[in-house]
Design a protein around this ligand. Structure first.
Ligand SMILES: *Cc1c(COP(=O)(O)O)cnc(C)c1O
Length: 406
């Protein structure tokens, strides 16, 4: 499998309005036309190269879109005011009332709630499946299915989707494979593996500073333009437009993404290996004990590793809560949802980001309430972090089951 590196992103070069090394920020909601005829043509859909109104597009948003397309190796990309803004626009663009969707059952809580609850308003039923079971995915496809939806690495259980196998299936039934790649930027390039549309919550690793929400849709030029269509584009009409100021700041943060991902991955791998050796129940796709390890290994660009997310099951919600509170007191990170920050973030998904999923469904998918999700930070001395985390665990009597070697 050929992987393009970060080079595409590296090769983007800008000359701002006054020759600046950063593009100028477009600080306007509306744009002038030199002729009335051009304005008419623009509304007729010939919007190429023209700025009309910022909900449609703006120079700053196009620059960020260009960087996202370079990152994911797609023809084009649009940016949105949030990851959910990107996800909902794609779904509403691809599906009409009466259509059907096949989705992974282990996805971000907001995406799950939208698919399971909100789409009822539009009579769009969703078949939720174990995405790692290709036969089950195929069995769920009906003549009405308009898309297969999954996350490259799932939230919060870090299940790894076999994107090549899923894309072969999608091609067989002539439907798009839509992959949310928020957990694995640079490590996995879903489009190179056959995905039709790649979505990101830029809020997480890509921006990396936990100071805004934003999203992106990467795909063909035609699909990205269709989302912007003034008459029936879901992006244009649902209106989750990213502010140009934010687009500019996210673009600047993206330039260190390759360095950050390498550090997040190296730190997470270090901790995962240590805690597993200590006998704790750790989930990390870089561990051979992880169910998705072989698929991940085949799909990733090794230079960027297995990502910054790790889970640990400490047995009960009370213990998880006590551990997280103590880690926060010891300045090891924040008891907070989200991911991709320079400090480690931890939360108990069962009672937070996945609380949209019923307790019974959580049990079924293996989401126990002692599970802590960690987004490992950019700690400069990860050995010290490990020692400090172990000391928190000792103070709370959280012990691992030492492996007995025979
Ligand atoms: C956070 C997240 C989203 C939603 O993104 P927002 O920017 O919060 O709207 C979607 N998918 C995944 C995997 C996420 O982690």
């Amino acid at each position: 499998m050929k992987h393009s590196s970060a080079n595409d992103l590296q090769d983007l070069q800008y000359f701002g309005e006054y020759g600046g090394v950063n593009p100028s920020i477009s600080d306007s909601s509306t744009y002038t036309f030199l002729s009335a005829k051009t304005m008419f043509d623009t509304f007729e859909g010939n919007t190429e190269g023209c700025y009309l109104y910022t909900r449609h597009s703006s120079p700053s948003n196009l620059y960020l879109g260009e960087a996202m397309a370079a990152l994911e190796g797609t023809e084009s990309a649009n940016v949105y005011a949030s990851g959910m803004g990107a996800i909902t626009a794609v779904i509403m663009q691809l599906c009409n009332a009466g259509d059907h969707i096949v989705s992974s059952r282990t996805i971000y809580g907001g995406s799950y709630a939208f698919l399971k609850n909100f789409l009822k308003k539009f009579n769009i039923p969703v078949g939720f499946v174990d995405i790692t079971d290709i036969n089950a995915v195929e069995a769920t496809i009906t003549s009405k299915t308009k898309m297969i939806y999954c996350e490259s690495v799932s939230n919060p259980l870090l299940e790894v989707a076999d994107i090549e196998a899923l894309s072969a299936l999608a091609k067989k039934y002539n439907i798009p494979l839509v992959v949310d790649n928020t957990f694995a930027p640079l490590s996995i390039k879903p489009a190179a593996l056959g995905a039709t549309i790649v979505i990101h919550s830029l809020t997480k690793f890509i921006n990396g500073t936990s100071d805004c929400v934003a999203g992106a849709v990467c795909g063909t030029k035609d699909f990205c333009l269709s989302l912007k269509d003034v008459n029936d584009g879901a992006g244009m009409l649902l209106g989750s437009t990213l502010d140009s100021m934010r687009a500019a700041s996210i673009l600047k943060n993206m330039r260190t993404l390759h360095l950050r991902i390498q550090k997040h991955s190296a730190n997470a791998l270090f901790l995962a290996q240590k805690f597993e050796a200590d006998g704790f129940q750790v989930g990390y796709p870089g561990l051979t004990s992880h169910k998705g390890n072989a698929i991940m290994k085949r799909q990733i660009n090794a230079a960027y590793g297995y990502g910054g997310l790790m889970t640990m099951d400490v047995g009960s919600l009370d213990r998880a809560n006590a551990f997280m509170e103590l880690m926060q007191t010891e300045k090891l990170g924040y008891l907070a949802v989200s991911l991709g920050f320079y400090k480690t973030l931890f939360s108990a998904p069962g009672t937070s980001t996945s609380s949209e999923i019923s307790v019974e469904e959580q049990m079924e998918m293996g989401l126990s309430n002692g599970l802590i999700r960690f987004s490992i930070g950019l700690d400069s001395d990860i050995e010290r972090t490990y020692t400090m985390m172990r000391s928190c665990m000792e103070r709370l009597g959280i012990e691992g089951k030492k492996q007995v070697l025979v």
